[in-house]
Design a protein around this ligand. Sequence first.
Ligand SMILES: Nc1nc2c(c(=O)[nH]1)N[C@H]1C(S)=C(S)[C@@H](COP(=O)(O)O)O[C@H]1N2
Ligand SMILES: [Mo]
Length: 202
Amino acid sequence: MSPVTRGFQHLRRAPAAEAGRVPPGQHVVGDFPVLSAGPTPHTPLEDWTFSVTQDGQTTESWTWAEFQALPTETITADIHCVTRWSKLGTQWRGVPVDVLLEAAGYDVPYVLAFCDGGYTTNLPVEDVTGGKAWVAFDYDGGPLPPEHGGPARLLVPHLYFWKSAKWVRGLELRDHDAPGFWETYGYHMYGDPWKEERYAGD
Ligand SMILES: Nc1nc2c(c(=O)[nH]1)N[C@H]1C(S)=C(S)[C@@H](COP(=O)(O)O)O[C@H]1N2
Ligand SMILES: [Mo]
């Protein structure tokens, strides 16, 4: 062993492929942990709809069949959970939220995603448009497994993964920001993993 390098043995270098991709305070995992605040809902596809609502009115709604006919994109993304795991290079297929909100029309700055099971999470419209968010129904080349949010989940990879609402059923357009499920329990209103916006006040 060369004495020249001995002092550096304790420095574990991240593989080159990970360089610059892991936000502060996160570690990379190979598996795909499941984090759910309640039981996995099982809504039959014939009962499934995706709706855009505003002021208690549904402005646009798609059945599962209609939703499947919308334009889709394939997405490769790194995802970051506030419990400190990151998973790199996850592969998805879904409908860009741009397609949904353009069809519905919108003139307000926030959405609250709502889900089977009652989970909600709040996001600026700016963060779910412009090619930054999808309603994903395939994961890794197959249908999204129920425990990971199937039949469909929100995918907003640039924010902590609690913003990627599983079993999502729609977006409520809002003129004021309002906390969703975890935000009510003290999670950050925005959740940028690069700024470690984990909890309110971060
Ligand atoms: N409907 C719903 N969506 C949810 C959650 C949940 O409990 N219910 N948990 C969130 C949290 S905290 C995380 S980290 C991710 C976990 O997604 P996964 O179980 O596919 O890893 O889903 C998010 N979306
Ligand atoms: Mo999470």
